[in-house]
Design a protein around this ligand. Structure first.
Ligand code: AMP
Length: 495
């Protein structure tokens, strides 16, 4: 393709109008490479991550094909099925289909766990053109016979490597066993571990392979720096950064979920509007925190790698690595959250003694030397830390509740949890507690079920529990809680 324009791709005119409104001038590399083949019905193996424009790379040609061959979908069927590992991502993908297909009149729905079945069943009852689904709830619907995949024409598996991480490989195989043999398959993964390669080999027929590596260009647009500081001073340093008003929308990455909570609480005590997003937060809490971040009510979102993956927020001004990731590629993913869509961005990494080695690895992989400032033994940080600690102690009631100690009663725990649910940092708007329900149970999460975000990296991915009749079933797992979640920062070590 010499002429890199959407016009040259020959997309449906309705799609072209939507692209104009979206302000997309030209296809991204993965779009230019993939769209012509997918439009012709070929299978595709896309090695690409979020941020490359991969959603439009499959959504545009799928919408084009469905529009070329318009048929009314039969009740409880879908013409196209997209499998996505998380609810957030599934929702974003469905929104993209709706946005690009706004002039085509297609029926698009999204299904995932943690919400009531009724609305999803009603949407599928009429028949769908496009269904975006997380695997667990999809299998439930298949089993309940509220969805039949036997006439699905196009199957998309997105973020396959994350599916593997979350223990979804067997559920995916169960879904695939319900699809007709004759279909188009599109398979996307950021990395290709051997098990994912094997799955791709089973699913795809003579696929076109498209690989894009956006890192180099993205990384070049990001102003990167490193600050050498004691581990115990990082939180004060972080708070200090926010005295700069240009930090309007900042993502902070921590290694652990518990760490994310502690950093967010500390920032709040220091007067910076912050929220945390990770696998131990409920779905409504995550959605509220994300929404507050998007609409500017929160200046900071503190996240773990997995929780942040797939979250698409524009205009992130700064990314701060509170701790460096173990894998250099994660550094590139993290800082790629800023400088999206041609904007400029800043990435700052805090490095304490033992993280120097991680920094060296990152510099090797990204082939650059990141400028470093030394803020060790900085008295101003020590003072700031002491004053925020004092403010935090004074406002202890507003800090995240710790988990109950062994032997503490359920009643007390319920009260703490309820109070916690109503805290703004618990995720924005308070939500109601079901009268007579379990402590902490919330009205908008009527059924506790498998939540892919609840476990950052399950040690032994649990297979779905098979209900009658086999072979499909559902997975139920209680989200793990942090072992000492919310001890606040009273016990923080001084370096
Ligand atoms: P994705 O990799 O699908 O998560 O897309 C990342 C971001 O790029 C999204 O915010 C899209 O709206 C945006 N995007 C996708 N394709 C284009 C394009 N051709 N031009 C400009 N922005 C795009």
């Amino acid at each position: 393709m010499t002429d890199n324009t959407f016009e040259a791709l020959g997309l449906n005119s309705g799609l072209m109008s939507a692209l104009k409104v979206a302000g997309y001038d030209k296809p991204t590399p993965i779009q230019a490479k993939a769209i012509p083949h997918v439009m012709k019905g070929a299978d595709l193996l896309g090695i690409a991550q979020t941020g490359t424009g991969k959603t439009a790379a499959f959504a545009l040609p799928i919408l084009h094909r469905l529009a070329e061959n318009r048929v009314a979908p039969k009740p409880r069927t879908t013409r196209c099925l997209v499998l996505s590992p998380t609810r957030e991502l599934a929702t974003q993908i469905a929104d993209s289909f709706k946005q690009y297909g706004q002039h085509l009149g297609f029926r698009v729905a999204v299904v995932f766990g943690g919400v009531k079945y009724g609305g999803q069943e009603r949407a599928m009852q009429q028949g769908l053109d496009i269904l975006v689904a997380a695997p667990g709830r999809l299998l439930d619907h298949i089993q309940q016979k509220t969805l039949d995949l036997s006439s699905t024409e196009i199957f998309v598996l997105d973020e396959a490597d994350q599916m593997l991480d979350l223990g979804f490989i067997k559920p995916i195989r169960q879904v695939v066993s319900r699809l007709p043999a004759r279909r188009q398959n599109l398979f996307f993964s950021a990395t290709m571990p051997s098990e994912i390669g094997k799955l791709a080999g089973e699913l795809l027929q003579d696929p076109i392979k498209v690989q894009v590596t956006p890192q180099a260009t993205t990384v070049e647009r990001i102003k990167q720096s490193v600050i050498w500081v004691e581990q115990g001073r990082k939180r004060a340093l972080l708070t200090e950064l926010f005295s700069d008003p240009s930090y309007t929308r900042c993502l902070v990455f921590t290694k652990t979920k518990h760490g994310a909570d502690k950093v967010a609480a500390y920032l709040e005590a220091g007067g910076v509007e912050a929220g945390a997003i990770h696998g131990n937060k409920s779905q409504p809490q995550r959605e509220r925190a994300l929404e507050a971040f998007k609409n500017g009510k929160l200046r900071v979102l503190v996240a773990t790698d997995i929780a942040a993956r797939g979250i698409d927020v524009d205009k992130v001004t700064h990314v701060v690595n509170f701790e460096l990731p173990y894998v250099p590629e994660s550094y590139v993913h993290r800082i790629g959250r800023t400088a999206r869509a041609g904007e400029k961005g800043t990435a700052i990494s805090f490095v304490a003694g033992d993280e120097m080695k991680l920094l060296k690895d990152i510099e090797k992989v990204t082939r650059q030397k990141i400028p470093m400032t030394d803020r060790r033994n900085d008295k101003a940080l020590a003072q700031l830390d002491a004053s925020i600690m004092a403010a935090g102690v004074a406002a202890k009631a507003t800090l995240p509740e710790r988990e109950p100690r062994k032997g503490e009663g359920e009643g007390n725990r319920g009260r703490n949890r309820r109070r916690n649910e109503l805290r703004p940092s618990g995720g924005g708007q308070p939500h109601r507690v079901r009268k007579g329900g379990r402590p902490g149970e919330v009205v908008d999460a009527p059924k506790r079920e498998y939540d892919p975000m609840a476990s950052e990296r399950p040690k032994t991915p649990r297979e779905p529990k098979v209900r009658e009749p086999a072979p499909v079933g559902e997975i139920k797992r209680r989200p793990r809680r942090p072992s000492n979640g919310g001890k606040g920062f009273g016990k923080a070590k001084q370096a």
